[in-house]
Design a protein around this ligand. Structure first.
Ligand code: AMP
Ligand code: GLY
Length: 471
């Protein structure tokens, strides 16, 4: 079966790799030459994924069974509608469905309308006067968000990205003059973030392993928000700080949102991804995305059992998933992105990275290329976005993290990265953070923790050492 993959990042490289491993013939529409996709693809179209015409023509000419749209921009522009109108089934929602991501206001209002009580306090604003009034009245610290797409980089959090309410107001007003969609002011949530992705189609909503993304640019969560510097998942598909109950509560929000979209007349076939904060009030929703997370999708795809990934996605595109194809290995996984120096605010493009792929693969780590172009054998030229994703796995998170570090040592050239993704110290810090939040006043005592063991019945508890690996 032939499958079209749309997009040219590391997430799309991982999607194409997963399809290729399950014996699909992959064809690719990427805006630029791509060292990974070009190797896998039986045919390629250089195209801006938001320009539907040439893409639809390519899909028809290639006789693809279905298409997978990786990034949010073509979904928001209605590429899935154009493909479906030409009778090409798609993994990815219509323009109407993609509003769940492309308009944060639509998302919040949908949840309110359908009584899905997972939102922080929020107010949608469209004029400077409304900003002043809302900031004046807002109880406590807040977050300023552009309503539209900003690749994860437009959200400013009080105390992190701006100090005083008046600075937040100034930023909100600046956003109002620069974009047409308006801004949201949201209550600042305190907690740990986690990503719940699910396949959504006519036959149901099917969860994937939960992943934690590292949004801030610098080690120790310093620096500005990014598209995501790395991510990890745990072998039981929970997280060290996330109980099965909290995961189920978050998944319930995803399921109910899928049902809400359907009741609005939107036949959603694609991935629905809830970005949650685990707070003292339980999991609250920060945003929905209409696609695989980047990097979170890379964790999940790399954990897919050797088998029929193409059949699983085919089910999503055609409306009926075979649940026996939902097979993710019980392993921990860690992704670390190598990014251009200065990313995200002022990335230096044009640098060369020498990537020892055979050496990296020999460590059991995979390389997925992001915004880079081929520059000769084993060399890539870096652009302004995230460059190279390295994904490793092991039975424990910290061990997978070490493997990726060893792989990163086999990349030469100038890059920035977060070596702390999935490191023992970092994950312990996050776990302790949640423990303090959920039981204020408790004394720190990191072990043992109530973390479900993958090979034990769900009600029994394991220790952190079992999921993290030895110190
Ligand atoms: P979003 O694009 O809405 O997911 O926001 C990007 C990032 O901003 C999130 O991953 C969080 O790190 C942060 N963020 C978003 N909303 C909130 C909130 N209400 N409280 C605290 N941090 C937030
Ligand atoms: N990693 C965050 C995102 O994919 O939006």
């Amino acid at each position: 079966m032939r499958v079209l993959v749309v997009g040219g990042g590391a997430r799309e490289h991982a999607i194409a790799w997963g399809l290729d491993r399950s014996h699909a013939e992959v064809v690719v529409a990427s805006p630029h030459p791509h060292p990974g996709l070009d190797r896998i693809a039986r045919a390629s179209l250089r195209a801006d994924p938001a320009q539907a015409g040439p893409l639809v023509e390519f899909a028809k000419a290639q006789g693809v069974r279905y298409a997978v749209i990786g990034p949010e921009a073509p979904l928001a522009a209605g590429l899935a509608d154009a493909l479906r109108a030409a009778e090409v089934p798609v993994v990815g929602p219509s323009k109407a469905g993609a509003q769940i991501e492309s308009s944060k206001r639509y998302c919040r209002e949908l949840l309110t309308k359908h009584d899905i009580r997972a939102s922080p306090r929020f107010v949608a604003l469209s004029s400077p006067e409304e900003v002043d009034a809302a900031v004046h009245d807002f109880p406590g610290e807040f977050v300023v968000k552009p309503v539209g797409l900003t690749s994860g980089k437009g959200v400013w959090v009080q105390g992190r990205d701006f100090p005083a309410p008046s600075d937040g107001a100034a930023y909100a007003k600046q956003l109002l003059t620069n974009s047409s969609g308006g801004v949201l002011l949201e209550e600042k949530l305190e907690g740990e973030e986690f990503s719940v992705m699910a396949f959504v189609t006519d036959s149901g909503v099917y969860p994937m392993p939960v992943v934690q993304d590292y949004k801030r640019a610098g080690v120790g969560d310093s620096g500005p928000n990014t598209g995501g510097m790395g991510s990890y998942s745990q072998r039981d598909h929970l997280l060290p700080f996330l109980s099965a109950e909290h995961r189920d509560a978050a998944f319930d929000v995803v399921k109910r949102t899928a049902a809400a979209l359907r009741s609005e007349g939107i036949a959603y076939r694609g991935i629905l991804y809830g970005g949650f904060m685990l707070t003292a009030r339980g999991p609250l929703l920060m945003e929905f995305n209409a696609r695989f997370g980047d990097p979170e999708g890379i964790n999940v795809i790399s954990l897919y059992e050797d088998g029929d990934f193409a059949g699983l996605l085919e089910g999503v595109a055609f409306g009926r998933v075979d649940p026996t194809l939902l097979r993710f290995r019980q392993r921990a996984s860690v992704v670390k992105y190598l990014v251009p120096p200065g990313y995200p605010a002022s990335p230096t493009a044009g640098g060369i990275l020498e990537v020892d792929e055979p050496g990296i693969e020999a460590l059991g780590v995979h390389v997925f290329y992001g915004g880079v172009e081929p520059a000769g054998p084993a060399r890539v030229k870096v652009g302004t976005s995230r460059a190279v994703a390295l994904v490793g796995e092991a039975s424990a998170i910290a061990e997978a993290s070490h493997r990726v570090d060893a792989a990163a040592a086999r990349v030469r050239g100038e890059f920035a990265w977060r070596s702390d993704v999935g490191s023992r110290d970092d994950v312990l810090k996050r776990t302790e953070h949640v423990r303090r939040l959920l039981s204020p006043g408790a004394k720190p005592s990191p072990l043992p923790l109530s973390v479900a063991r993958p090979d034990a019945p769900p009600s029994s508890a394991g220790t952190l050492a079992q999921v993290m690996g030895p110190a």
